[in-house]
Write a protein that binds this ligand. Structure first.
Ligand SMILES: NC(=O)c1ccc[n+]([C@@H]2O[C@H](COP(=O)([O-])OP(=O)(O)OC[C@H]3O[C@@H](n4cnc5c(N)ncnc54)[C@H](O)[C@@H]3O)[C@@H](O)[C@H]2O)c1
Length: 259
């Protein structure tokens, strides 16, 4: 007998995806919506977020675009309140917004560190601090999935501060996972390897040869596509992952296999 698959694992769930307007966040938003979730596309790029939300609505999903700057706690709190007003109580937080520019650490400045840390690390803190208490108060559990990077597990030349932030997300997530386990809130991390998005293109501008060589070194012989990440995120966002928390998975074509 064929196994029964629930293709709408996220029916009646409400999700917010930070940085959902493009790239990996957009692919995650599409996937969560396809699995039945109502999805808030939360981004600083409001026009692009509006477009993604409109596409999702056209496909039959419930979706809104929300203006969010993850570097601000007030913005995170306001975005969470608006999503809960318009879509219902939040079940799923996907911390996906991120940013970097490749340069050797000795060429970076304190101002650059502040920006990288504000977006990549404080952004996760702001969104978790705004949304976890709402999940706790409601008492219906929750799922938090943060997009870190293999840079945070094994390092990445030219990305010292970013890699530090991504490693910090891993340590933070494992700790938060312990603290909120009693609330049935699961906290997990997905680490992409090099994935073809606007971020990768701008980071590697003028170094396309390096990218091609990198693709050859990946066991699965290609760079990632945003859609490659979406399945792992949807798994951690679903009840299939009810017994998994504080975990880190790399989706990188096998580029890194560190334990
Ligand atoms: N592309 C890769 O190779 C790669 C590899 C490892 C990890 N990642 C991580 O994956 C995530 C998504 O990256 P991507 O490649 O899709 O990048 P991207 O640049 O294509 O998309 C990032 C999105 O985040 C939004 N964003 C940026 N700053 C924000 C802020 N302050 N508040 C709200 N939204 C903001 C942008 O507007 C954009 O829509 C990031 O966390 C990134 O660090 C990407």
């Amino acid at each position: 007998m064929a196994t029964q698959m629930n293709l709408k694992r996220l029916e009646s769930k409400v999700a917010i995806v930070t940085g959902g307007a493009q790239g990996i966040g957009r692919a995650i938003s599409n996937r969560l919506a396809a699995e039945g979730a109502a999805v808030a596309i939360a981004d600083i790029q409001t026009d692009a977020a509006d477009k993604v939300a409109a596409e999702l609505r056209a496909s039959g999903a419930r979706s809104i675009a929300v203006k969010l700057d993850v570097t601000s706690f007030d913005s995170a709190n306001a975005a969470a309140a608006r999503v809960e007003r318009e879509l219902g109580p939040l079940d799923i937080l996907i911390n996906n917004a991120g940013w970097d520019e490749l340069k050797p650490f000795v060429a970076t400045t304190p101002e650059f560190w502040d920006r990288v840390i504000a977006i990549n690390y404080r952004g996760v803190l702001n969104c978790c601090r705004a949304i976890v208490p709402r999940m706790q108060a409601r008492g219906a559990g929750g799922k938090i999935v943060s997009i870190a990077s293999d840079a945070g597990r094994v390092g990445s030349t030219g990305e010292a501060v970013y890699a530090g932030c991504k490693a910090a997300i891993i340590g933070f997530s494992k700790t938060l996972a312990r603290e909120v386990a009693r609330n049935a809130i699961n906290v997990n991390v997905v680490c992409p390897g090099p994935t073809e998005t606007a971020l990768l293109k701008s980071a590697m501008a003028g170094r396309e040869g390096v990218l091609a060589a990198m693709a050859k070194g990946i066991p699965l012989r290609r760079l990632g596509q945003p859609e490659d990440l979406a399945g792992a995120v949807a798994f951690f966002a679903s009840s299939d992952a009810d017994y998994a928390t504080g975990q880190v998975i790399s989706v990188s074509g096998g580029l890194t296999m560190a334990g």
